[in-house]
Ligand binder design. Structure first.
Ligand code: HMG
Ligand code: MG
Length: 308
């Protein structure tokens, strides 16, 4: 298998954490429900490929996301090796389900816009905090780590442009509930590099530095890798990505796949940045999953290397 020629840049970080969201963000958007055994194998193979964090599934309402209705069965199947994997939890009911399985790491997911809060969570922008606050408090009391996502940071399909100040206000409020990290979501993949830089700097000016931030890019307009590069130069060292470029959000019109993990890893390794990821094992995993789903992977690196 080909690997990129390494030319290091001393200005950039030595190591980056790739937060793999394929089993959750990827599979939540598939038309067909992937068999739970295949999901478990997907996760095991991603972990074996060296992905340090693999977001496994969501404890959301099963009617809202039927693709992940098997969350408990999946986590039981993974047993001990699944307990430390993060899972999405929107409310106390979801937290109870995660606690029953002794999960150690949850992620809440808020919206920077009013319309998406209503569409994705059935809550107003303010009401979402009333839902998250007791969820995070109880999770922290139980010793869990909590990540917070903020969606629609760069544009919203119903509201159009989203004010940077509004994103910072909502993001800080979510983080201040007790999250260890805030992931900035370009849910519909419309961000451009300058916008990414401006948002990171605005968070910094508001007291939330790059050590507390991650970026979560979707690739709808083909900008995800350029945006990741810009964010890297701004000091971001955690990036969400999805094996094979799977993904989207069932409640966000026009959202397509996430930044493909292979494409991100190819860029990072080429710049001499360590990820711990075995690119060949990852590509083989995405090729296998493309077979399970019955369609080729949109990842350019998977296509180039695997012909899938
Ligand atoms: P709701 O209908 O308002 O729920 O949905 P409710 O609080 O009114 O409760 C109604 C019933 O649902 C109750 O049952 C609850 O127990 C039950 P009843 O008493 O009537 O028998 N219920 C639940 N059951 C199982 N698990 C739960 C749960 N919660 C309530 N967790 C809710 C509100 C938040 C639950 C719903 O809107 C929901 O599940 N939304 C999730 C949508 C979603 O998963 N979207 C995709 C993930 S976000 C994303 O992809 C973006 C991201 O990638 C970042 C980016 O790209 O920007 C993260
Ligand atoms: Mg997403």
């Amino acid at each position: 298998m080909r690997n990129p020629q390494v030319v290091s840049d001393a200005e950039l970080p030595e190591r980056v954490t790739v937060w793999e969201v394929g089993p959750r963000d990827g599979l939540q958007n598939e038309k067909t429900v992937v068999d739970v055994k295949a999901k478990a194998e997907f996760i095991r193979r991603l972990v074996a490929a060296g992905l340090p964090i693999v977001e496994a599934t969501s404890f959301v309402h099963p009617k809202w996301v039927p693709q992940l209705a098997d969350a408990a069965e999946l986590m039981e199947m993974l047993g001990e090796e699944g307990r430390h994997l993060p899972v999405l939890v929107p409310n106390e009911r979801g937290l109870d389900r995660a606690l029953e399985l002794d999960m150690e790491h949850i992620a809440i997911f808020g919206s920077a816009t009013e319309t998406f809060a209503r569409r994705n969570l059935n809550r107003s922008l303010d009401e979402q905090f009333a839902m998250f606050e007791p969820t995070v408090t109880r999770a922290r009391e139980a010793g869990m780590d909590v990540r917070a996502y903020v969606s629609m940071c760069f544009g919203d399909p119903w509201e159009g442009d989203v004010d940077i100040d509004q994103v910072v206000k909502v993001g800080k409020r979510l983080h201040d509930l007790g999250a260890s990290q805030l992931s900035l979501g370009d849910t519909i993949g419309v961000a451009t590099a300058g916008h990414v830089r401006a948002l990171i700097r605005a968070f910094g000016a508001a007291g939330l530095g790059t050590d507390a931030l991650a970026d979560h890019f979707h690739d709808t307009y083909g900008q995800a890798l350029a945006n990741a590069h810009a964010a890297l130069e701004e000091g971001i060292t955690t990036f969400d990505a999805s094996a094979g470029g799977l993904g989207g959000c069932p409640y966000a019109e026009s959202a397509t796949g996430n930044l493909a993990t292979e494409d991100l890893v190819w860029m990072l390794h080429g710049m001499g940045i360590e990820t711990g990821v075995d690119l060949e094992a990852l590509i083989n995993t995405s090729g296998w999953m493309a077979g399970v789903l019955g369609r080729p992977s949109p990842s350019r690196v998977v296509q180039a290397q695997f012909g899938a």
